[in-house]
Ligand binder design. Sequence first.
Ligand code: NDP
Length: 330
Amino acid sequence: MTSQFQTLLIEKDEAGKQRVDIRRLDEDALPDGDVTVQIEWSTLNYKDALAITGRGPIVRKFPMVPGIDFAGTVVRSTDPALSPGDQVVLNGWGVGEKHWGGLAGRARVRADWLVPLPDGLSTRQAMAIGTAGYTAMLSVMALERGGIRPNRGPIAVSGASGGVGSIAVMLLSRLGYTVEAITGRSEEGAYLTALGAAAILPRDEFTQPGKPLAQARWAGAVDVAGGRVLANICAGMATGGVVTACGLAAGMDFPVTVAPFILRGVSLIGIDSVYCQRERRITAWNRLAELLDPHLLDTMTTEIALADVPDAACDLMDGRIRGRVIVNTG
Ligand code: NDP
């Protein structure tokens, strides 16, 4: 017997116009996969907002259930590694882009896309972290692999009030780094200080064309903005500094010179959460479970229902969302 589930569905009409609705579907409609999951929580990430508003070419085939991540409980599995009742998390692998995603009550996916829910985390907390928080952890791990320890100097975090930025600020501060939060929202200063930022830097300082090399200010940086913001961060890195780049909130282009790389030995490390290897994902999730303060995580999380997602997606695109948005898919 199959059951029905509620889902968000993105469809395109013959004229190419996109529409997003709430639907009830039969479980038989789910795509192929070894594991069927009862989704308890999903989230709204930047990429989901691009897909749902149609402002970015994220969805590769229609109709599509959006949602690049989810957490829930296995209900059926043909893979011996997973059994009904196991709690799991999924991030990326093209889910919500080319394979039906997490903004639904059920999903069917490949077993090797799922990671076990870390001990000590609920499915709700896992999605309060979501792909944004997992990407923040991957960025911090890249700084560590680059030899950046707290005694090397301050770390800049751009897009600090957003999902990746907020969790990066929280993680870095918890690990003992001095964090300088770059934000376009001066009104979020108290929020960022509560997450652990030692200084708040106005985004305006980073959006104008800058010099090839500026005063050396940071040992490391977690950038979610791309564009001129990333270029100006690179120009302000100290000798041997490490910059991680994961996003494009300020744009795809990257008007930088080679000066920071050849005169200060700066490294730029790209972060791809979607196809990140499984061992590194598991390490990232276990470290998130250890490091994050559940109370602080709660203060940066807003809960919404599936029906609220289209409006929230517009708010996120317009920079009106602080921290993380979790979606109750029930
Ligand atoms: P959010 O929308 O939650 O946060 C983005 C933040 O960027 C905003 O809150 C804002 O912070 C800042 N921002 C917005 N517009 C601009 C602008 N024009 N110039 C500079 N900064 C701006 O998104 P997420 O944190 O979920 O994602 C951030 C980026 O990271 C996105 O581009 C996303 O696609 C990318 N990403 C990439 C992943 C990967 O695997 N590579 C995985 C996850 C996310 P403030 O107001 O504080 O300045």
